[in-house]
Structure formats: C-alpha cells, structure tokens
Design a protein around this ligand. Structure first.
Ligand code: ADP
Length: 221
C-alpha cells in the first residue's frame, strides 16, 4: 500500500453515464481497496450461464432492478471475503433506499466513511451512454471517441470490447427513470445521515478524479 493509502469504505452514486464505473476503478486503485461493482458481478453471473445469471439477464436487459433481498445476499457474501476486510469501494450498491438501510445494518453506522454522488446533466449522460463500449471480459470502459488501441480488443486483458446489451436507447431511458425513482431517495437518505459529498462529474476524467479525491480527503484524510 502506498503511504497515502488508508483503507477507506466508500460508496459511489451517479446515474447511468455519470462516469461512476470509470471513477470507481480509479478511486479503488488509489486507495488500494477492492472495487466491488454489482453490475460487473451480475454480468459475470450472466456469462457463466447459471440459473441466477439467466434470471438476472432478463431483468438487466429490461433495464430493471434485481430484487433487494437477492442483492443483499450478493453483497454480504462479497464483503465477507478476505480482501474486503478493512476497506472497499461499492459501485452500484446500494441502489434503493432499502439496500441503503440493509447496508448500514450489515456494516454498522460507522462502517461507511463516505458516499460520493457524481452529478452530470441529462444531455451529457445520454450522449456518453450511446457511445460507451465495455470489455466483455474485465469490464474496462471505452467509448467510440476513446476506443482501445487495436479495435475492439481490450488494452488491459485482450478481451472483446462490445456495447452492453442494456445500453440500447430504450433500456437506458428505463434505467434513468428507475434511477430517479428508486436510487435518488437512497442518495438523499445518505445525505440525511451526513455521509454524502456531491461532486461535479463534468469535464476531464482526471479533473473529476481530483475533485473526488479532494472530497474524500476532506472527510477521511
Ligand atoms: P448502470 O449504472 O449503467 O445501470 P450497472 O453496471 O451498475 O450499470 O448495472 C447494470 C444493471 O445491473 C442494472 O440496470 C440492474 O439491472 C442491475 N443491478 C446492478 N446493481 C444493482 C443493485 N444494487 N440492485 C439491483 N439491480 C442492480
């Protein structure tokens, strides 16, 4: 662990296209904690072709949410693993008020250092999502404007870089509506608990990372 690293426990909120996944990977690296993305975990289950994966795929392709009690099982198993003993970064969980309350019940009131919320205007996110491409193996994120160096092979793992099945315009519209309806109440609730920092997610990717780090340092530094 680098000298400035300390085991933090962070949540990253942000609607689809806010840059949540990209920034989550960077922050997890910076703080030396596992990046726990429920979307990546669900997509891995889909690829494995398990019964659970098949059910999850139907829900995800429709842009809807996997039931809270199922997600609680997924996240509690993951947080019980050794690499998550002292710190973690959650990306995509909690996604409902119930999941937020479940998480606090699981890790305790002092078990979360900070939730950050990336704010980006609607017209920017729609454009970002339609150009988004992801590695089907490791989840690395690219775009039509910033493709891998050899199209469309992942620079990190050699996997195939594709458009996500749920990045169609219709599913995206559904996901944005569900975010407003289901996830914003969770974001507001973390605000009420005094655990939320809102960060401007527009502009250069590195600048956004620096803004996030500044918000985290002022809380946990
Ligand atoms: P996005 O934020 O762009 O929707 P994610 O990769 O975070 O992408 O999630 C993709 C899909 O996985 C969601 O639309 C949803 O169906 C499912 N999912 C991920 N996390 C959760 C969660 N915490 N609760 C319920 N469903 C989830």
């Amino acid at each position: 662990m680098e000298p400035n690293q300390r085991p933090v426990r962070l949540l990253v909120f942000g609607r689809q296209g806010a840059g949540k996944g990209t920034q989550a990977v960077r922050l997890a690296e910076r703080y030396g904690v596992p990046h726990i993305s429920t979307g990546d975990m669900l997509r891995a289950a889909v690829k494995e072709g398990t019964e659970f994966g098949r059910r999850a795929k139907e829900i995800m392709d429709a842009g809807q949410l996997v039931p809270d009690e199922v997600m609680l099982g997924v996240i509690s198993e993951r947080l019980a693993q050794d690499d998550a003993a002292s710190g973690w970064l959650l990306d995509g969980f909690p996604r409902t008020l119930q999941q937020g309350k479940d998480l606090v019940a699981l890790v305790g009131e002092d078990g979360i250092d900070l939730a950050v919320d990336l704010e980006v205007p609607e017209e920017v996110v729609v454009e970002r999502i339609s150009s988004r491409r992801v590695c089907s193996e490791c989840g690395a994120i690219y775009s039509t404007a910033a493709p891998p160096s050899s199209p469309w092979t992942c620079d990190k793992c050699g996997g195939q870089v594709v458009q996500r099945d749920d990045d169609t315009e219709e599913a995206v519209r559904e996901r944005l509506a569900i975010y407003a309806e289901q996830t914003l109440p969770a974001v507001a609730w973390f605000g009420d608990q005094g655990l939320l920092a809102t960060v401007d997610g527009t502009g250069d990717v590195d600048d956004v990372t620096e803004r996030l780090v500044a918000a985290i340092e002022s809380r946990v530094g």
